[in-house]
Ligand binder design. Structure first.
Ligand code: G6P
Length: 606
C-alpha cells in the first residue's frame, strides 16, 4: 500500500503535478500525505495526517517551489498515522528525502546500528532508516550515488523508493523490490510512480521496473541498474494508452457510485476480450492436471464463482483458494502439471504475487485476469487477460468485479467449446445471452436504484445484516456482505442459504434483516424453505428476485424486483442491488464509501 510519485522538470515547478498524480494514487492509502521539493539549495517538506485535499489547502502542497520533488500518500504499517510518521523522511542533516511503499523487514537491526553511531530518529517508521543509512555511507566517504546503492543493497523486504537530495539536486532516484514502480519520460521531464495511471496526465511513455532494479533520472536521460551486480540494464520505454476520461467523478458524489453506474458500458468491453487469449488460456487449463483459481477480497469471490462456472460450462475442476492461504493449503501438490489462475484487479496484491511466486518455483503454469496493464501479475503470467474495466478509484471493487465475472464466463465458454462440452450452437446461444447482460444491468440500475435507496434509509440502524444465497449466487451473497461491512462498518454475515440452519439462524430475532439473493433458477424452491425458516423467527426478509415472482414477493417484507435474465448469468445483475445497498447505507450513516477506514485498494503488504 502507500503511493509514491516523483517528478523532475526541466523548466517548471513540480508541486502542482505531484499533487495531481498523488490524488490518483490515493486509492493506495489515505491516512496521511506529504511532499518534498528542492528549491535554491533548500529541502522543503510539508506533511501531516489527513487526506490530500485537506492537507493541500492547509499546508499549500501545490505552492511549494522547486523543479524536483517526491510525494507520498500513506497507509500506515509501522507507526501511527500522524505527522511525524508521514513521509517523506529525512536524515539527521535534512539533506535527503525518501518516500517509500512497502516494508523494510530488517529495519530494526539497521536502526539499532545507526542509533549506536549517533543518528537521531524522529519517527517510528521502518522507512526512516533509509535516509539515515545513506547519510552514514556519505559520512564514510562514499559519493551520494554510491551511498544510495550501498544503502539499498542492505535493505530486505518490499520497497519502492523515491529519493531526492541536496547532495545532487538534479538527480531523482527510484528503487524497486517487490512493490511496484514505473518510470515516465516526457518532453518536460522525468517521473517515477507506483502505477502508470497516476502518470497518465503527464506521459504515455513508461518503463516498468523489475525487482532488484534502480533508476537514476536526470532531465536529459535515465540509467537503469541491477542492484545485485551493479550492471546497467537496457530498457526502452513502452507507449501505454490509458484513458483518463474515467478518472474523475463526472458529477457523481462518489467514485463508487459513478463506477456502479459505469457497469453497462465497461461490461461490454470485458465481454468482448480477445478470443485469441481466451483460447490460449483455455488450452493451458485443459492440459493441466490440477487447476487452482486464486484471489483476495472481491477477487476471491470472482474466483469462487469462476470455479462454479468452469465446472458448469466447461466441466473443468478448478479449486478456488484465498490467495494468502494457497501455499499452506495446497502448496504440497503444486507441480509442473498444475495451473494457477490468479484474479487480481490491481495485479499487485502481495498475497497473490507470493502465491504465484511459489507456484512458479514449482514449475506450475501461471495465468491471470487483471485490470491493470503492465502490473506485476501481467509480467509473471504465461497468458493474462486484461479485463478492460478502465481505472477503478473507489476502494470497494464494483465494476471490476462484474468485469472479472464477464471474463470468467467467456473463458468457461471457450474452454467448454474446446473440450467438446458445448456445441457450436450452444456456444452461439450463450454468446447471445451474455451480450444481453450489459442491457439487463442498465435496466436494473434504472429500476432498483430508488427502491434500494429507500431500503438503505430504513435499515441503516440495524445491528447486523445476514446475506444468504445458493449455488452461483452464494458468491454474490458473500460479495454483498463484503461491500456492506467494508464501507458501512455494520457487522455482516454471508452464508450459503442451506447452511444458515447450522449456526447463523441463532442470530435471528425479531427485526433482523436477512437478504436473500433468489433468482428464478434451480435453487429457488430451496431458498423459499430457508426464507420460511427465517421468517418464522422474526427476520425481516429483503429479497432480490424476479419481478413477477408473486410467491417470493408475498413471503418477503421488502422486494427488489429484477428483470428476466438467463439464470446462468444472473450473478452479474444480481450483485448490482447489493452494491447500491452498501453504497446508500454508507452515505446514510455519513461514511465515506470511497475511502473506508483502515482499507486500501491495493494491498501490497503481507
Ligand atoms: C483490497 C481491496 C479490495 C480488493 C482486494 C484484492 O482488499 O480493498 O477491493 O478486492 O484488495 O485486490 P486485487 O487488486 O488483487 O483484486
Amino acid at each position: 500500500m502507500c503511493g509514491i510519485i516523483g517528478i523532475l522538470y526541466k523548466g517548471r515547478h513540480v508541486a502542482k503535478d505531484l499533487v495531481r498524480g498523488l490524488k490518483l494514487l490515493e486509492y493506495r492509502g489515505y491516512d496521511s500525505a506529504g511532499v518534498a521539493t528542492i528549491n535554491r539549495d533548500e529541502l522543503l517538506i510539508e506533511k501531516d495526517k489527513g487526506r490530500i485535499d485537506v492537507l493541500n489547502s492547509k499546508l499549500g502542497f501545490e505552492d511549494m517551489p522547486g523543479r524536483i520533488g517526491v510525494a507520498h500518500t500513506r497507509w500506515a504499517t509501522h507507526g501511527a498515522p500522524d505527522k511525524i510518521n508521514a513521509h517523506p523522511h529525512t536524515d539527521c542533516d535534512g539533506k535527503i528525502a525518501v518516500v517509500h511503499n512497502g516494508i523494510i523487514d530488517n529495519f530494526n537491526e539497521i536502526k539499532d546500528e545507526l542509533i549506536r553511531k549517533g543518528h537521531i530518529f524522529k519517527s517510528l517508521t521502518d522507512t526512516e532508516v533509509i535516509p539515515h543509512l545513506i547519510e552514514e555511507y556519505i559520512k564514510n566517504g562514499y559519493s551520494y550515488r554510491d551511498a544510495v546503492i550501498e544503502a539499498v543493497s542492505r535493505l530486505e523486504g518490499a520497497y519502492a523508493l523515491g529519493i531526492i537530495s541536496l547532495y545532487d539536486p538534479n538527480l531523482m532516484i527510484g528503487v524497486k523490490q517487490l512493490s511496484p514502480l514505473v518510470v515516465g519520460l516526457s518532453e518536460d521531464g522525468v517521473f517515477i510512480a507506483s502505477d502508470i495511471n497516476s502518470l497518465s496526465p503527464f506521459t504515455k511513455n513508461v518503463i516498468v521496473l523489475d525487482d532488484g532494479e534502480m533508476v537514476f533520472l536526470r532531465t536529459d536521460g535515465y540509467e537503469i541498474m541491477r542492484i545485485s551486480n551493479r550492471q546497467r540494464v537496457d530498457k526502452k520505454p513502452l507507449t501505454i494508452e490509458i484513458g483518463t476520461q474515467f478518472a474523475d467523478k463526472e458529477g457523481y458524489v462518489h467514485y463508487m457510485l459513478k463506477e456502479i453506474f459505469e457497469q453497462p458500458v465497461v461490461l461490454n468491453y470485458s465481454i468482448r476480450v480477445q478470443e485469441h487469449y481466451l483460447n490460449l488460456m483455455a488450452e493451458l487449463l485443459d492440459r493441466s492436471k490440477e487447476i487452482f483459481i486464486i484471489g483476495a477480497g472481491t477477487s476471491y469471490h470472482a474466483a469462487l464463482l469462476g470455479s462454479m462456472i468452469l465446472s458448469r460450462i466447461a466441466r473443468l475442476t478448478a479449486i478456488p483458494v484465498i490467495a494468502s492461504e494457497f501455499v499452506s493449503q495446497y502448496g504440497d501438490v503444486v507441480n509442473v502439471e498444475s495451473s494457477v489462475l490468479a484474479i487480481s484487479q490491481s495485479g499487485e496484491t502481495i498475497d497473490v504475487l507470493k502465491a504465484i511466486e511459489f507456484a512458479k518455483s514449482r514449475a506450475a503454469t501461471i495465468l491471470g485476469i487483471t485490470n491493470t496493464l503492465a502490473s506485476t501479475l501481467t509480467r509473471v503470467c504465461r497468458v493474462y487477460i486484461h479485463q478492460q474495466s478502465l481505472p477503478e478509484i473507489g476502494v470497494a471493487a464494483t465494476k471490476t468485479f462484474t468485469g472479472q465475472l464477464a471474463v470468467l464466463y467467456r473463458l468457461a465458454m471457450v474452454a467448454g467449446k474446446r473440450r467438446g462440452k458445448l456445441s457450436q450452437r450452444e456456444m452461439d446461444e450463450m454468446k447471445v445471452e451474455i451480450a444481453k447482460i450489459p442491457g439487463v444491468v442498465e435496466a436494473v440500475l434504472r429500476n432498483v436504484d430508488p427502491i434500494v435507496k429507500k431500503l438503505a434509509k430504513k435499515y441503516s440502524k440495524t445491528k447486523y445484516f445476514i446475506f444468504l444465497g445458493r449455488g452461483l449466487n452464494y458468491p454474490i451473497a458473500l460479495e454483498g456482505r463484503l461491500k456492506m461491512l467494508e464501507i458501512t462498518y455494520i457487522p455482516s454475515l454471508a452464508y450459503p442459504a442451506g447452511e444458515s440452519k447450522h449456526g447463523p439462524i441463532s442470530l435471528v430475532e425479531e427485526g433482523v434483516p436477512v437478504i436473500f439473493v433468489a433468482p428464478p433458477d434451480e435453487t429457488r424452491r430451496f431458498i423459499i424453505g430457508n426464507m420460511e425458516e427465517m421468517k418464522a423467527r422474526g427476520a425481516k426478509l429483503i429479497t432480490i428476485g424476479y419481478s413477477d415472482d408473486s410467491e417470493l414477493k408475498e413471503l418477503s417484507d421488502e422486494y427488489i424486483p429484477m428483470p428476466m435474465v438467463n439464470t446462468l448469468f444472473s450473478p452479474i445483475p444480481y450483485v448490482i442491488p447489493l452494491q447500491l445497498f452498501a453504497y446508500y447505507t454508507a452515505t446514510v450513516l455519513g461514511r465515506d464509501p470511497d475511502k473506508p477506514r483502515n482499507l486500501a485498494k491495493s494491498v501490497t503488504v503481507l
